[in-house]
Structure formats: C-alpha cells, structure tokens
Design a protein around this ligand. Sequence first.
Ligand SMILES: [Zn+2]
Length: 378
Amino acid sequence: MPFSAATPATGVTAALVDGGRGSEHDFAMLGRKANGAFVLVEQDELKDIEGLFKEYAEAAEIESRAFAAGVAGVVYVGSRPNSLLYRHNVSVGVKNTRPMLVMERDAGLRAVRLLRAGHGLTLTAILDLDTGGPYETWNVVAEIPGTTKADEIVVIGAHLDSWDLGDGALDNGANAVMVIDIARQFVRLGIRPTRTVRFVMWNGEEQGMEGSFGYVRSHARELDKHVMSASLDIGCGRVQGFFTGARPELVSLVERATAPVAGLGPFKITDAPLVGTDNFDFMLQGIANVVFDQESASYGPNYHARSDTYDKCDIRVLRQNAMVVAAFVFGFATMPDALPRQSRPDIEGIMKRTDLEQQMRSMGMWDGWAAGTRGRKP
Ligand SMILES: [Zn+2]
C-alpha cells in the first residue's frame, strides 16, 4: 500500500488472521490473536464515488484499531475485481511504521474463506522499498489579465500529477487538458473578461494538495482579491453539478454563471464542503470555492489503478464539460457580484455546521489547521 513500511530483507512472517471488516466488534472477537499477526480485512468492491469516500472514511478507524491491537500489519482484500490492485492508502501517511498490503481480490476472498473454514494461514511479506527524499516541483500557471478589475482573480484548476499505480487519464489528465483547452479558446476568441482568470495545473495534489497549499502561501497578499477558485478532479464523466462548500450565498451565483449552458444540465448544486482536492486550501483561506461534480462513469472502478487509461474517457462528454466549465469561468470573471473572503470564525462556522472537521481528520488534514500552519490565521 502507499505509505507502507519496508520489511527486513528476509521479510516478516506472521499468522494471517481473519479481521472481518475491521470493526470494533471484529477486533474484540480477535482479542490477543491480533497481536503480532497480519490482520486480513475484507472490503466491499469499489464501484462508485460513494464507495471511494466510504473507503477514505473507514481507513483511519480500521487502522487505529489494528495498530492499538499491536498487529504486524494490515492486509486488505483488494476493493477492485480480479487482479487489479487497489485500496486507499494508509491513513496515517508517512508516519506509518508497519508493512501494509493489498491482496488481489480473488486470492484475498479465498484466504477469507479458508480462515473461516478453520484453516491456519501464515503470510510472509517481503517489501523491498526505496524511500526517496523530498523533491521540488511546480504548479503551471497561465493568466488572462482582466480588463477593468485586473486585480480580482478567478482560478480554474486541475492537477497535473497522478497516482503511483494510476495511468492518470481520469485522475486527472482529462481535466488538466480541459483547463488548457479552455485557456486556448479564450485566447483564440479574443475573450477578455473584466476579472483576471488564472488557469492552473496544480502539482503534488496526490501528496496532500501541496501545489494549491503552496499557491495560497505564494499569493498570500492577493487572497483578499480571489473571488473564486474552482477545481476539476472527479474523472471524465459528465458535469452534473457543483459542490459549493457550505456557502448558501454562492448557490445563486453559480446558477447565474451557468445559465447560458443550462441546456447541458440538469445541474445539481450540493452546498457541502469537500476535502480531498485543490479547492481545500482556498476553503481554509475563506475564498469561495467550487468542485465540479461529475458522474461517476468509469471513475469509481478505475480511479488510482493501472486501469485509469484514456479509453475510459468519452471525448464528446469532455467537450461538453469544457463548455460548462468555460461558461462558469466566464460568468464568475464578468458578473458584478463577488463573495467577500471569510474570516477564521466564518470558516469554523462551516466546520460546526457540516462534517468538514471529520473529513479533515480522516484525510490527515486537521493538524495543520488546528496548529495554525494551514488555513486562515486568527
Ligand atoms: Zn485527483
């Protein structure tokens, strides 16, 4: 698993025990048997975005129980069919010290059956890992200066990097090229909105939205003048709506911006905050932010896996999405209204009203905010 620790060259050999679904009850049933063992945890097959968020949310709880029980490591039954290796990464990230594994689904389910039939199993894991040091990388930023309000900024972005096992077409190549395409069309058509539009290819998104975190630090002095930061990161399914970050006053602005492309809807506006992509640091800075909601299409079954290849995208849908996104960007870059930047207490208000804090904790994003090293200062 991503963030697994290596083993000694001779490997780690330990009993493989049935950890059920990793619930509190399952670990209570295992009792002392979990100590020093590899605990096998069964998973649902991941088919859609709902399943994806369920995996994110469960990982932290399963792993905290397992680590408290003193396991040698956790072995997840792969959540994708056949021999496609996938399971969300270790919840504690780089702080993890244990070997953590995904067993391809068919073999994993067979091991579950054998254990439940009373057979004892032993697992030897040999993980020969090279751990690289930090490295430097860059966002790519292009802008079209605004005409009369050039100091006010609308950001549209998608991330340039991709996940280690992923080919990166759905996540997030298709959306990155769309952002480039929209910039080209603005230039080709001579479109100059009143506000400045920044087209951004984020980098280091997969390591914890490092590129957008870097942007809000580098552009700290301009943040009061950012009126919108919109992100695309949910594959290449049809844009079916917008996540507006628990700011009800944003909803009517989104409707107004996208009115010219209403015929490509219907669009559903979900006024909830999303953690997990490059809108996040803008949200923590109090800037109006949107994530485009896309139909799951081929995203759920292929996200972050070797099967995330270009054949999973439909070029007609991508072109249609480009129209919706372009209208959105043009709308926010020209409409008279703009939402003011929120204060830290305003942002804390979102945390109180929604599950934002819980999402941040399960994604390992809480500590920076709590310590004041990430997000708007008091
Ligand atoms: Zn992504």
